[in-house]
Design a protein around this ligand. Structure first.
Ligand SMILES: C[S@@+](CC[C@H](N)C(=O)[O-])C[C@H]1O[C@@H](n2cnc3c(N)ncnc32)[C@H](O)[C@@H]1O
Length: 276
């Protein structure tokens, strides 16, 4: 099944047309497959990014926190050691099963899990001191509504934090192209300007911004991904070309290091405040 995906540009904003039912099925398929490998590969990686998120969120021990699109619970369990109570929400049951196992391993008693959609959060207005999400916006068909939902469930004065990949505008289409080949549940990654624009449109005040270079080996990344038959080879060929041309058109500073292809994802961490 191919997700029907097309783009239109209206002024500075690109609109993505996606068949949402097909996209939901793709999300279920990809993340059911990824539920165990994602946790195994990333439970103890990217510690620097977690610390950056904590620094931007500025949580207090008495806070309640919502982790939207929590996956196998890495972010939820990280923040559970810093706040009073956490709820992790995801739309894929297998991810929540992985999250429960991770929570048990960490012996955390202040985390709960909820099945649900980022665009219609099953919580009352002003329920949480902080709402966070990592590596999810590039899977959403409607990131604007997801951000508005995070704002709705945050308390006045509360924090809304998004961490995600933000390619440069001039390589955004190429970035999305190879990412969709690698993971067909990818919709599109927002540029930093678009991400900030979503916050402005939502009436949020940006109070922290940080950036992180997520370094990975291409083969390692592919080993934890589930592309369609033949697409891993296509991706390898694209990266060979990108390195040869030395123009960074795939948006991840691809280079060869000791024989292996290394890439660096540009990740932005933005933390907004909801007005009192
Ligand atoms: C790349 S994983 C990131 C997991 C976790 N946030 C982390 O950074 O470790 C993306 C997650 O988003 C979830 N997801 C995608 N679309 C969603 C939606 N509309 N509502 C809730 N969860 C969603 C997927 O099921 C998956 O677990």
């Amino acid at each position: 099944m191919r997700v029907a995906l097309s783009f239109a540009r209206v002024s500075q904003v690109r609109i993505v047309f996606v068949n949402t039912a097909e996209h939901d099925a793709e999300i279920q398929d990809q993340f059911t497959k990824q539920a165990v490998p994602f946790l195994e590969r990333h439970a103890h990686s990217m510690d620097g990014l977690l610390e950056l998120m904590a620094d931007c969120a500025q949580v207090r021990a008495r806070d309640t926190l919502l982790d939207v699109a929590c996956g196998p619970g890495i972010i939820s369990c990280f923040f559970a050691q810093r706040v009073r109570a956490v709820i992790g929400l995801d739309t894929v049951p297998a991810m929540l099963e992985s999250a429960k196992r991770f929570q048990a391993e960490k012996q955390l008693h202040n985390v709960e899990w909820k099945l649900g959609q980022a665009t219609s959060l099953p919580f009352a207005e002003a329920s949480f001191d902080c709402a966070v999400t990592r590596f999810s916006f590039h899977h959403f068909v409607d990131p604007k509504t997801a951000l508005l939902e995070m704002k709705r469930v945050a308390k006045p004065g509360g924090t809304i934090l998004v961490a995600d990949v933000t390619p440069r505008e001039e390589v955004q289409d190429r970035f999305d192209y190879w990412e969709i080949l690698r993971d067909p549940s990818h919709t599109r990654a927002l540029t930093l300007k678009e991400m900030k624009g979503l916050g402005e449109d939502a009436g949020l005040e940006l109070h922290r911004e940080s950036h992180f270079g997520l370094v990975m080996e291409l083969e390692d990344l592919l080993a934890g991904s589930f592309p369609r038959p033949g697409d891993a080879e296509r991706i390898r060929a694209l990266f060979e070309e990108d390195i040869q041309a030395d123009r960074d058109e795939l948006g991840v500073s691809a280079r060869r290091d000791a024989g292996a292809i290394q890439i660096t994802y540009p990740v932005a961490v933005l933390a907004w405040r909801k007005q009192q």
